[in-house]
Design a protein. Structure first.
Ligand SMILES: Nc1ncnc2c1ncn2[C@@H]1O[C@H](COP(=O)(O)OP(=O)(O)OP(=O)(O)O)[C@@H](O)[C@H]1O
Ligand code: SF4
Ligand SMILES: [Mg+2]
Lengths: 323, 281, 341
């Protein structure tokens, strides 16, 4: 499964925020990798660092963020060695991202056509009429009915599902190698969810595009992802192929997650059945950030370094006493 | 209460500017209360032999064209300037609270009428409206107070209305109503205390504006008459001498005015941070 | 879209009607419905019995209030604001001849304020906690606390008395210059039309201090709002999207962030204008500027009643007009406007 030249390698990534109330250790030693054309799911409760991690990959972290260790290698190039200018040019061209709540993610006072044109103008050699033609073509690709008319619409005139299609059109306009979708269907109704997910999947297949799908919905992850990364409080606690993970979860947290979502389609967001709270990321933290809530806890779970066990076929778990 | 004090200490420590404004506030209060006894000279006593003298140790702010001590006049004026604005702000606070709470609580026609009234006042450039009202009521100090109260009324009415409106359906109001309290009691004992914090912020933010406004009116010759010491009129009288270089006549009372306004504005900002940290900009 | 905008603008005009009515009622109350005898007021201090009686009849003060209000409305419709006692001229003419001087000054002040406040606010928002951010906060705090007349006198002392850079604060033009032919009434524009650069320069140097005084006054609220709006927009979802799509920093800042941030600033501009119209009166006094503010002050001191109320009415109507203009601009800039109202 692991290839010689993966699309994206995140290695030992640690990131913290300097805030007025203290240093928030939002990510610690995060590692994983993605192959070309692979769809990888990232799951975990709210606040586990999924968005922070994707912003770090995109290079659009909050100004308060500091990367304290690790590297991100994309297509064989280390991103931290790139200049701001170079990163800016890669964004939207080689790396793209779409977000939750598409209606606020688009500029409210600019027509969607113009917003699409802005990105095409930036990343392609199309000029003049070609830009519009390309933009209409993209709107067709994301199956927006009557694109000529929608072209002049403002985001507030469209439904959430339509706006998310526009976001996808913007994101795939330059045929990127990697698409990060941060909870792309949260807040949409169920039928629209399926339509949007299929769109993303089709776009990825056509382009052999790597996809990171961040979601609260384990069912969604099971259906669309080849591989799943489980995050908890800024740690990657388990990485495995989708089948392996659901058949034989090794980390106690993963097991709880799967156990707590019996039909594997309930939303993690509405799930409060995992007892205990997420730790305060500003405090001194033990090696295992799940230890306070873990039933298998033993004293040496607090000692770093926590073993990272490979259990065959790319199944990794960060736990002292895995299941 | 203890948490409040802690938060207060935190805000003060975080923000030396707020601390500075507290010092200034107490200084102003002291001058307002004891000014006439602190002033080294009689603010009205002229001494033509010593007219238009620049600042010296004997006269730290110099003397004016009649030889009066500018320092004593600036200090004595504090009471009048503060009295005018405190009186005006109190009036608009009381009237605005009552009107605003009624509008927010009863809604309907009451609300429509009161909102129409505040909108109409706000449709005027306020200082200009003040000029019009003073000219209609007559040129006296009391009328300056009423006028300043009228033009500040909408600010209080709007805040009180919004607060009352958002609390109309709140649990404690409902509970009070069910336990047989009349409208009057509910408004006075249940709404009243709850709208106080935002109203306090409004008061301190508004106080500076009230002072500026009253001083502006006396600067153009309304209300206070010479030789009464008052900052606005002192600046107006000193203005003639600026072009010939006798700056101290106008600059010192002007600076006193500025510091007073600054003090209340800073206090208002600090108080707002204290009561609602989210409103920070 | 075009027709929608026109419709919205029409509706906005209709909404202004009750406000204008309110203004007229208030000025009516201020002129007629007061304790004491308005006829005595209107006639002025030097009037005798006979002229008071004449005025009472001409104002229709012997009639009932509704009738008087009707007469008042009719007079307004004809542009009749009564006669000024001090000059003997119709108030409306007095105001009209002085209005350009005031407007030129106010617009210049507003222009200066906008030209400084908006860049300052943007710089402060894009560099939080930098030196420029602290400078912005300082300007905002001090700016709202400065009495305009004090700022004006201070500037006069520095730039006229100490440095000698500015001409004496005595009106729109020094005595050696002759006003340009009246076209717009704005000296800066009229002198250019007449091709007289010397007068242009002279009127510009007369204007720079009073305009700066007004500018400093208007600077604070504008800079504060620009900074806050810009901060809000920069942390919004759609700016994040724009950055994630690799749009250049310039596009993100100007096309995405700024165009959205300008909307609340536009609203603040209306409020600032209201303050400016008041501050203008004070500045005109300090700089002996022959505008409607100076006229109103003289009228106030002389108890020239009709003149003062005419002034109040004119200013209020101007303010309504400006707010309308801002709203219309808003409608054009913000496509969402139609839905909310
Ligand atoms: N700018 C910031 N400053 C300080 N802390 C931050 C900042 N951004 C995120 N964090 C913290 O980092 C942690 C991870 O946040 P993140 O948004 O990545 O969570 P998430 O997994 O995406 O959650 P959700 O499912 O709710 O989107 C949280 O504890 C959050 O408080
Ligand atoms: S390391 Fe220990 S505490 Fe942490 S998840 Fe594994 S067993 Fe539980
Ligand atoms: Mg997130």
């Amino acid at each position: 499964m692991e290839s010689r030249n993966p699309l994206l390698v995140v290695e030992d990534l640690s990131l913290e925020f300097r805030t007025r109330t203290g240093v928030v250790k939002a990510l610690e030693n995060v590692s994983f990798q993605i192959e070309k054309g692979q769809t990888v799911g990232v799951v975990g409760e709210s606040g586990s660092g999924k968005s922070v991690m994707s912003y770090a990959i995109m290079g659009i972290s909050d100004p308060a963020a500091r990367i304290t260790s690790g590297r991100i290698v994309f297509g064989g190039i280390s991103l931290f060695e790139k200049s701001q200018q170079e990163l800016q040019e890669m964004r939207g061209r080689e790396l793209s991202m779409i977000f939750q709540s598409p209606r606020t993610a688009l500029n409210p006072i600019r027509t969607i056509g113009r917003q699409l044109e802005d990105v095409i103008y930036r990343h392609s050699s199309f000029r003049g009429r070609q830009i519009r033609a390309r933009a209409l073509d993209l709107l067709n690709q994301v199956r927006i009915p009557d694109p000529e008319k929608r072209y002049r619409a403002y985001p507030f005139e469209l439904s959430g599902g339509m706006c998310q299609r526009v976001m996808i059109a913007i994101a795939i306009s330059s045929n990127p190698w990697l698409l990060i979708a941060d909870e792309p269907v949260t807040g949409l109704d169920v039928t629209t969810q399926a339509v949007i997910m299929d769109l993303i999947q089709d776009a990825a297949r056509e382009r052999n595009m790597g996809t990171i799908l961040i979601t609260h919905d384990l069912g969604l992850a099971a259906e669309y992802c080849d591989k799943i990364i489980v995050m908890h409080s800024g740690h990657v606690v388990e990485v495995a192929d989708t089948e392996h993970l659901f058949m034989r979860p090794r980390h106690p947290y993963t097991a709880k997650l799967i156990g707590a979502t019996p039909n594997a389609s309930r939303d993690l967001a509405e799930l409060s059945s995992i007892p205990g709270n997420l730790p305060d990321l500003r405090a001194e933290l033990p090696a295992c950030r799940y230890s306070e809530r873990c039933e298998r806890f033993a004293r040496d779970c607090l000692e770093s370094p926590l073993p990272r066990l490979g259990t065959g076929a790319g199944h990794l778990v960060a736990c002292r006493y895995p299941l | 209460m203890k948490a409040h004090m802690q938060h207060l200490r935190y805000v003060m420590g975080e923000n030396p500017v707020t601390f500075f404004s507290f010092i200034l506030f107490f200084l102003l209060m002291a001058l307002g209360l004891f000014g006439p006894w602190i002033a080294p000279y009689d603010p009205l006593a002229s001494d033509t032999a010593n007219a238009l003298k620049p600042p010296t140790w004997a006269h730290p702010f110099g003397t004016d064209n009649l030889g009066r001590d500018v320092f004593s006049r600036v200090i004595t004026a504090t009471r009048l300037d503060l009295a005018i604005s405190v009186a005006a702000v109190s009036l608009s606070f009381v009237a605005g609270s009552v009107a605003g709470v009624c509008a927010g609580y009863f809604g309907g026609v009451t609300d429509k009428l009161i909102s129409r009234l505040t909108d109409t006042i706000m449709a005027f450039p306020l200082f200009v409206l003040a000029m019009g009202i003073v000219s209609a009521l007559g040129n006296t100090i009391e009328n300056i107070v009423y006028t300043t109260a009228v033009i500040n009324f909408p600010f209080y009415a709007r805040v009180a209305r919004a607060e009352a409106n958002s609390r109309r359906e709140a649990g404690f109001v409902e509970a009070a109503r069910l336990s047989g309290n009349g409208h009057g009691r509910i408004l006075l004992f249940h709404m009243g205390p709850n709208i106080m914090p935002p109203m306090m912020v409004q008061i301190s933010l508004n106080m500076g504006y009230a002072i500026l406004n009253a001083a502006g009116l006396s600067f153009i010759g309304l209300g206070v008459r010479p030789p009464t010491p008052e900052w606005g009129i002192m600046v107006a009288e000193g203005a003639k001498f600026i072009v010939s270089g006798e700056w101290w006549l106008a600059i010192f009372p002007g600076a006193a005015l500025m510091l007073a306004v600054l003090c209340f504005n800073l206090l208002g900002d600090g108080l707002r941070d204290l009561i609602d940290p989210r409103m920070r900009t | 879209m075009k027709r929608d905008s026109l419709f919205l603008i029409g509706r906005r005009l209709l909404q202004a009607a009750p406000v204008v009515m309110g203004i007229i009622v208030v000025t009516f109350i201020l002129t007629r419905a007061l304790p004491g005898d308005p006829a005595v007021f209107f006639a002025g201090p030097a009037a005798d019995e006979k002229s008071i009686a004449e005025i009472r009849a001409s104002l229709g003060l012997d009639k009932s209030w509704p009738e008087q209000f009707w007469v008042y409305l009719q007079n307004l419709a004809h542009g009749d604001l009564g006669k000024s006692i001090s000059t003997g001229q119709p108030v409306i003419e007095e105001l009209a001849t002085r209005l350009p001087a005031s407007l030129e000054l106010t617009f210049m002040g507003l222009f200066l304020a906008v030209a400084i406040a908006i860049p300052l606010g943007i710089l402060a928002a894009t560099r939080p906690n930098s030196l420029i951010d602290h400078l912005c906060r300082l300007v905002v705090t001090i700016g709202v606390s400065l009495p305009t007349f004090f700022t004006g006198l201070f500037l006069v002392y520095i730039f006229y008395f100490l440095l000698g850079l500015s001409p004496a604060p005595l009106g729109r033009l020094g005595i050696i210059h002759i006003a340009p032919d009246h076209v717009t009434g704005f000296y800066l524009i009229d002198s250019l039309i007449a091709g007289d650069l010397e007068v242009f320069r002279a009127s510009f140097s007369q204007m720079i201090l009073p305009a700066s005084t007004l500018g400093i006054f208007a600077l604070a609220p504008l800079a504060r709002m620009t900074r806050a709006a810009m901060l809000g927009v920069l942390s919004s979802d759609f700016v994040r999207t724009a950055r994630a799509s690799g749009l250049s920093r310039r596009t993100v800042l100007w096309v995405y962030a700024f165009q959205n941030a300008i909307l609340p600033v536009l609203t603040t501009l209306g409020m600032v204008f209201s303050f400016l119209l008041g501050a203008n009166v004070l500045v005109e006094k300090v700089f002996a500027w022959p505008g409607i503010g100076s006229f109103a002050i003289e009228a106030l001191i002389a108890s020239d009643y009709a003149a003062v109320q005419g002034f109040v009415l004119a200013m209020a109507l101007m303010y309504v007009l400006l707010n309308l203009a801002i709203d219309i601009l808003y409608t054009v800039v913000d496509p969402r406007i139609g839905l909310e109202g």
